[in-house]
Design a protein around this ligand. Structure first.
Ligand code: ZN
Length: 243
């Protein structure tokens, strides 16, 4: 079974919290021995941190290689160069580590590799409290794994990681590059202007066209995503769409 073998058509999800219907298991970060919410970043030397980033990049590459939709969207960049970046924590790291969402057997290596680098990442928020609210800013975050300003430099694409805790609404926003969301763990309801809403779970993807407004809602699960961009404007941030 490939990472994309679950059809992208809407599939029923349980109305109550619990294991999802996609062969996921109920493991949690606690079972992985992840630190609790108050634990500071582990003390690792630069070589050890670099090894964690290399592992995460390799897991992302494997994830991309396993999915024809991802391969069709953009080839894996062959010019990646590691860029040391100072960690920039955001409050949402604690929630990500405590509640990363259920992975599939195929997505678990990538989810766990992303959790491992989470304390060392240059996290970003990108929105103001007026735009998204204080609770949203405390329980979400994203970073650029690869791209013009990423932990691995490339000008050919932008590969970001985004996390949203349970019960958040990411308002309609847009950007010039085309975008392919892939779900690594958890699930969420995706909205896009002109298209039906769709709940996506690990292995499923969603394409957003250039400047197509889109939004996202989490309910009883968080969501962790790996997102690919292509086209002009790779270094530009998303912006909230007009009403
Ligand atoms: Zn987007």
């Amino acid at each position: 079974m490939s990472a994309c073998s679950v059809p992208a058509a809407a599939m029923p999800l349980p109305a109550k919290p619990g294991p999802c219907a996609f062969g996921m298991t109920g493991d949690t970060a606690t079972a992985l021995g992840a630190p609790d919410m108050q634990t500071p970043a582990p003390l690792l030397d630069d070589a050890a941190i670099r090894a964690l980033f290399d592992t995460a990049l390799a897991a992302a590459r494997d994830w991309h290689a396993a999915c024809p939709v991802q391969r069709g969207f953009a080839p894996w960049p062959d010019d990646l160069a590691y860029v040391p970046r100072a960690p920039v924590p955001v409050p949402g790291i604690a929630e990500l580590i405590a509640d990363p969402g259920e992975a599939s057997d195929i997505s678990r290596p990538l989810r766990d590799a992303l959790l491992a680098i989470a304390p060392f990442v240059e996290w970003r928020l990108g929105y103001t409290e007026d735009e998204v609210g204080a609770d949203f800013l405390r329980r979400y975050g994203w970073f650029e794994l690869a791209g013009p300003e990423g932990h691995f430099h490339t000008l050919r694409t932008r590969i970001t990681v985004g996390y949203w805790g349970r019960g958040l609404f990411y308002p309609r926003h847009q950007h010039e590059p085309e975008e392919l969301y892939t779900v690594v763990s958890g699930h969420a309801l995706f909205h896009a202007d002109g298209e039906a809403d769709l709940t996506l779970a690990p292995g499923q993807t969603r394409l957003h066209r250039a400047n197509q407004p889109h939004a996202l809602t989490t309910a009883q699960s968080p969501i962790l995503t790996l997102v690919f961009w292509r086209g002009a404007g790779l270094a530009q941030p998303p912006r909230i769409s007009a009403a």
